[in-house]
Design a protein around this ligand. Sequence first.
Ligand code: NAD
Length: 731
Amino acid sequence: MTDFTMTTDADGVALITWDTVGKSMNVMSREAMALLNDLMDAALADKAVKGIVLTSGKDTFAGGMDLNVLARLRDENPDNPAQALFDFTMAGHTMMRKIERAGMDPKTNKGGKPIAAALPGTALGIGLELPLACHRIFAADNPKAKIGLPEIMVGIFPGGGGTTRLVRKMGAMAASPLLLEGKLNDPQAAKRLGVIDEVVPADELISAAKAWVLSGPQIVKPWDEKGYKMPGGTPYHPAGFMTFVGASAMVNGNTWGVYPAAKALLSAVYEGALVPFDTALKIEARWFTNVLMNPSSSAMIRSLFINKEALDKGANRPAVPDQKVKKVGILGAGMMGAGIAYVSANAGIEVVLIDAKQEAADKGKSYAEGILDKGMQRKKVTAEKKAQVLGRINATTDYAALAGCDLIVEAVFEVVAVKADVTKKVLAVVGKDAIFATNTSTLPITELAKASDYPDEFIGIHFFSPVDKMNLVEIIKGKATGDVAVAKALDYVRQIRKTPIVVNDARFFYANRCIIPYINEGIRMVAEGVSPALIEHAAKLVGMPLGPLQLVDETSIDLGVKIAKATKAAMGADYPDGAVDEVLFWMADQGRMGRKSNAGFYAYDDAGKRLGFWDGLAGKYPVADSQPDLITVQHRLLFVQVLEAVRALQDGVLMDIREGDVGAILGWGFAPWSGGPFSWLDMLGAPYAAQRCDELTDEFGLRFATPALLREMADKGQEFYKRFGPTAKAA
Ligand code: NAD
């Protein structure tokens, strides 16, 4: 069995079928590419072949390049990885250019064999770049199919000719959401945009493509014709000029300049637009190599693609039989419970949604209805689907309805006694038959498990708000939690298509443990007289999605006060955040609870729109005459988070640094360009990181003290991924 096979029919159409061995979706490997190249050579040379149809043996066309190939190429050529990556990229260009030219005479454009791509379903990345090199793209009318170039989402850009071809096909303006945002479309929308050419019924896909091939079509690409003009104009054309100036401003405005791939993509498009097609491909390859050589891109690929995929597949799942959830009971139909009910029902799971009062339970169910209605307005959800999903949610006050549940997720008030009470009520119905999970954000799992007769079946499943949007779920093992409970939680998170991390029980688990110090550091700086604008901009310029002051406004200042009081009560004399509390408590005293009260560190208008910093803040905490430099502020904001991550690893709360990195990006948006806290430390190098912590400790206090683990790694010159990565030998 091979990834590509070819058969030629009596009419002389060669059908090349892509069917990656052992995978549910086609992905391009080095071997597969060489094979495709050989088959194309053979078909083009064979006089009996009049034209070619390229299709897939699966119900999708392809998921893209196997990104492990790029990492391997770099590792296999340590002396000159850039050359190896460039040569590989150019080899791809050469093959696709051969497909595009299809044996035509270079001078007259005469001759050549028509080549059609026939896409039965989803076509992503190189799975679209390859069709773009063919002469006509047919797609089956499959509304579930996604067509596009999502490379930018993992820190690279389409480097298989997709950038150059799409811009020449559609113009820079029309191509920009597809390239810069990785926007995916269904086949009908992709046709309307001009990405593909034909949408046909699925059972006519191959026959339509073959008929076109045999129809003696015009196959010269516009950019290979004399006098070709790029749609929308090139950079020095008056209309094109506006596009390029605007695009550059927009990209920098959206990314704060921290994503190398976005900048490189723009450069490839701009420079490529000024030169002939083949030179543009070479420029694309050079920028692609440049991005692949940037540590940020490798770290993003590793965290957002390779490691995320490994976690999604249950990398750390205990070896127990399948624990897929059939019926879930959700306790508490408030903000979290309602969201959890929706995502569960949406994934096909039967839901019993319980609250103390029927109207509260109904309100929780209506939250799901609201989301589904919005989906219908956007034509993403059909009336039938809405009815199905809502039909799976039984909103009730009756605990007896929990009979038959194999998983319980508790999301009632954050009060130990309330949680203990519902735990007992639930167990009276389901007994040992269901795994009991709590969605607590602050209470120790081991403590809460005391209310259960079966602590081995008790676990934390910590969602982030809003549940339907946030992709991370933290699974927390209490002291007694058993393997079946962990597997159950992992299988459930997989069913609802979110990414799990598994951590041990400790104050604030992992994500909140790291994000609270970030918020606190921002507030502390306000007390010191650092300009709020400097604090917020420093955070965004280092890739944090929200500055710490905006974040505390969003999560609410009274929640901050509540957490501070509870933490202080638990830590006693060791509590380090008195300076932060002064500001936080004063804000709460002023009635400024954050966005929900339309008043926080920021001012808001009546409609809730953020206006600017609240001017009353400077009255109490004046901005000092002398301000710190940008890097110092950024280092304070990043190191407070990253050092917590290192301590979590050192203390055994985190068990896998991949979870630490993926969890940080998906959970609280930790500077995605860095690949996560551990990837960032590897980029800095442990010796420099430890030295910087020493300096920050001298200047700002013991919260920056170098953890013993980091000190040891600095002394030994170790890297986190070499020492703790999945392929690391025991250190
Ligand atoms: P919420 O106040 O919106 O909802 C709690 C719901 O539980 C209410 O509808 C209430 O009527 C119901 N309830 C209370 N006691 C009950 C009882 N004895 N029986 C049945 N129902 C009862 O709170 P929330 O924000 O949804 O938080 C719920 C849990 O999730 C808390 O443990 C919280 O710490 C945790 N959590 C919250 C967030 C967040 O961002 N809000 C994030 C992660 C975890």
